[in-house]
Design a protein around this ligand. Structure first.
Ligand code: TRP
Length: 351
């Protein structure tokens, strides 16, 4: 027994936590879909893993050249992430441009990335369509910079949505090519999520996902004021009720129940579920007006503390700057260790 205990103790101390990394683009306000799709996962990971989360401001330059609004957005995104529960003492929370080691790794990886494969990337093709007047090389090599972001910390788990699968696959390809050409250096990174918790949150019109850029009235932002939240929920799409007991729910109604499941008590959800299931044509028990009123209040109670905390932080710029400086220090310690190995491997060390 005692011997086992000792062995387990040694294993524990020798076993390093796996490295998790994700990047957040600072282009717009965070919304409920971001919260339940990403941030809630980050918060959960911070105790289990060695976590790096950063704001991808270099990436933003590929599509948003105006750096004046960018600075403000970067600080807001940092504040919002902390308000959602990320603890800068536990994780490294930093701004990409504060870690120049990433740029050097990006340079080496660029020699391993081929024009043809970069041009074929879905996100690149989408962006070419969206901004045909500014198809810059940064846009083309976006996946290379993303690979550098990940590999610089030798991260293996990358919590991202489905739309990032292709970029992750490219990161693995670049890492494999590097390992093949210069010797085993990088572990291969994979997209990661707590599967059971991936909820899809649609806009309040029941069409598409909540989105930073599309119809602002159908997306609940973490920065929305109480009355704005009430107004948006009130305007959410409903209909005149189910025509038969235990009907299937239309998407826009299901979405209201999903939202309620996330922010309301189990009793409340059950009451409206029962009302829905017991309703039929000519006997409509569920009252969507009441349901939305309840949802609005529970939503206000959910979002208000996050908004308030994020605002407090944004008004305390000194503290925010201290946090990102501390994040950069932690990130650079890890990044420079990797880069030193990389420089040796590539044959760039002369001194
Ligand atoms: N491309 C990601 C997005 O659009 C943001 C990002 C940049 C990222 N670098 C990353 C995500 C590294 C994960 C890992 O959301």
């Amino acid at each position: 027994m005692a011997k086992n205990g000792v062995v387990i103790h040694y294993l524990r101390t020798a076993m390093k936590k796996e490295i998790v990394l994700s990047g957040i683009r600072p282009t717009g306000f965070l919304h409920l879909g971001n919260y339940f799709g990403a941030m809630r996962n980050y918060v959960r990971m911070q105790d289990e893993y060695d976590c790096y989360f950063f704001v991808a401001n270099w990436h933003s330059l590929t599509t948003h050249p105006d750096t004046k609004t960018l600075q403000e957005s970067v600080l807001r995104v940092v504040a919002e992430n902390i308000a959602c529960g990320l603890d800068p003492e536990k994780v490294s929370l930093y701004v990409q441009s504060d870690v120049p080691e990433i740029a050097e790794l990006y340079l080496y990886l660029n020699m391993l990335a081929y024009k043809g494969e970069l041009e074929k990337t879905t996100t690149f093709k989408d962006k070419v369509r969206m901004q045909p007047e500014n198809v810059n090389a940064g846009l083309l090599t976006y996946p290379v910079l993303q690979a550098a972001d990940i590999l610089i910390h030798r991260a293996v788990k990358v919590p991202v949505g489905k739309d990032q699968e292709q970029n992750l696959e490219m990161a693995r390809n670049f890492a494999e090519r590097f390992n093949h050409r210069y010797g085993e250096t990088f572990p291969l990174p994979y997209a990661f999520n707590y599967n059971s918790e991936l909820v899809k949150i649609m806009g309040l019109d029941g069409i598409g996902k909540m989105s930073k850029s599309e119809n602002q009235m159908t997306t609940l932002f973490l920065a929305d004021e109480d009355d704005m939240i009430r107004l948006k929920v009130k305007k959410a799409k409903t209909d005149s009720g189910p025509l038969a007991p235990n009907s299937a729910k239309p998407d826009y109604i299901q979405n209201l129940f999903t939202l309620m499941g996330l922010v309301s008590s189990a009793d409340t959800v059950k009451k409206f579920e029962d009302d829905f299931n017991n309703s039929s044509e000519g006997n409509c028990i569920i009252r969507y007006g009441d349901m939305k009123k309840q949802l609005a209040e529970d939503m206000v109670n959910f979002i208000n503390p996050i908004r308030t905390k994020a605002l407090d932080l944004q008004n305390n710029k000194e503290l925010l700057l201290k946090i990102i400086r501390q994040g950069a220090d932690k990130a650079r310690t890890s990044a420079s260790a990797t880069l030193s190995t990389v420089r040796k491997a590539v044959g760039m060390e002369y001194l």
